[in-house]
Design a binder for this molecule. Structure first.
Ligand code: TYR
Length: 410
């Protein structure tokens, strides 16, 4: 993409797919310190590839998944992903791109958010192959820094350099207050690179300044400076603004399959190419020609990554149902039926009758025999299916044909 100058030797395609910038970047250099492809080719040990995420909110979205996916590509090439959960940095919050100081978060708020983050990135990263993943919380080294060490960090930068950072520059000019603790943020992120001895740091294009500070600090502490690898900031589902939670144009990694699918199958044509490049591993050369087919393939592929193939196909069918009938079992608007009305043990055909999904037990039996009954999306084949208690049915959707649904509640 964009303005990358690539060398034609030593260019692993996985490295260059969907990236905005690598720095330093001397594509024809044989020096492994200023040519990442060269470093990858010559290294005798797995590189330590850093990605930090600040748990400032509860959810992450597809935009955040882009550097995580690149991290996975490094894992697959045999390198070590060092995922930093910024439990300490999150308390200040990255001032990058913010026009005002952020509210500082409490330790408890951050802890709660951090717990949900790992679950959300789990489908993307290789958690299983030994040596491929380190998860570190940056409070490990940041919480205990003493003033002597902090002064040492502060003395590596000037106010002028700090004010050159986008965001700070405008705020200073507009006399919008910048608090001194905000100046510490890039230094803390940079110190993380020192603490974990990063060889490469990944981030969105907005992270260039912070990653460059990491290089300076590593040099200061006698380490070889890391490479920066920047990925684009993605446009949201509205096709206009960058994907963001506050704008509501996002697809959350924790969303259910149907909700994800429904958003992704409507992605505007102009964004499809970029979404395929950044959010899937599909070869870009042979995508379907028809825009509608492209949308469906994109949605199916991404939902499969997070929910598996079966759930993704079900979501695709459910989404088609919504188009045809305006309704599906997985939507929220399913009427609830209290199981308190049912005497247990109970046969499923009896529950069909009591709940009003059919007129008689006989009809219920016939419906099951004909394959017209689904429980939580799975077709029921056993006419005599019996439940001893309401517990296994609680919260499940019982469906007859395409249009009749209830949610069983105990
Ligand atoms: N500043 C990064 C962001 O806002 C998060 C981060 C935190 C990155 C700590 C690296 C790091 O060491 O996206």
């Amino acid at each position: 993409m964009s303005n990358l100058q690539l060398s034609h030797t030593n260019t692993p395609t996985w490295l260059y797919r969907g990236i905005s910038e690598i720095f330093p970047n001397q594509p024809d250099s044989q020096d492994a310190n200023d040519n990442l492809a060269q470093r990858l080719a010559l290294t005798k040990r797995p590189l330590r590839v850093k990605l930090g995420i600040d748990p400032t909110g509860a959810d992450i979205h597809l935009g955040h998944s882009i550097p995580v996916r690149k991290l996975r590509a490094f894992q697959d090439a045999g390198h070590t992903a060092v995922l930093i959960i910024g439990d300490f940095t999150a308390r200040i919050g990255d001032p990058t791109g913010k026009s005002e100081v952020r509210r500082q978060l409490s330790i408890a708020e951050v802890k709660q958010n951090a717990e949900t983050y790992l679950d959300q990135v789990r489908p993307i990263l290789d958690f299983d192959t030994p040596g491929r993943l380190e998860i570190r919380y940056n409070s490990e080294w940041l919480a205990g820094l003493d003033l002597t060490k902090i002064l040492d960090l502060l003395a590596t930068m000037t106010v002028g350099q700090m004010l050159a950072k986008e965001g700070f520059a405008e705020r200073f000019q507009q006399e919008n207050p910048i608090y001194i603790h905000e100046f510490l943020y890039p230094l803390m992120q940079g110190y993380d690179s020192v603490a974990i001895q990063a060889d490469v740091e990944l981030g969105g294009t907005d992270q260039k300044f912070n990653i460059a500070v990491g290089r300076d600090l590593q040099r200061h502490f006698g380490q070889t400076p890391q490479f920066g690898l920047l990925v684009p900031i993605i446009i949201g589902t509205d096709g206009v603004q960058k994907m963001s939670k506050s704008l509501g144009n996002y697809v959350g990694l924790g969303e259910n399959a149907l909700s994800m699918y429904s958003k992704l199958e409507k992605i505007p044509d102009a964004l499809l190419e970029e979404y395929f490049e950044l959010l899937t591993n599909l070869p870009l050369g042979d995508l379907p020609k028809e825009p509608r087919d492209r949308q469906k393939l994109l949605a199916l592929n991404i939902v499969t990554q997070y929910h598996g193939e079966t759930a993704a196909k079900e979501a695709q069918n459910a989404a088609a149902d919504i188009v045809k009938t305006g309704f599906t079992a997985q939507a929220d608007a399913v009427p609830e039926f209290p199981l308190a009305n049912v005497e247990f043990p109970a046969k499923l055909f009896y529950i069909l009758k009591v709940s009003g999904l059919c007129k008689s037990s006989g009809e219920g039996q016939r419906l099951i025999k004909d394959g017209g009954v689904k429980l939580e999306g799975d077709r029921v084949s056993d006419v005599d299916l019996t439940f001893d208690s309401p517990a296994p049915l609680d919260g499940k959707v019982l469906q007859v044909g395409r249009k009749k649904f209830i949610r069983l509640i105990s």
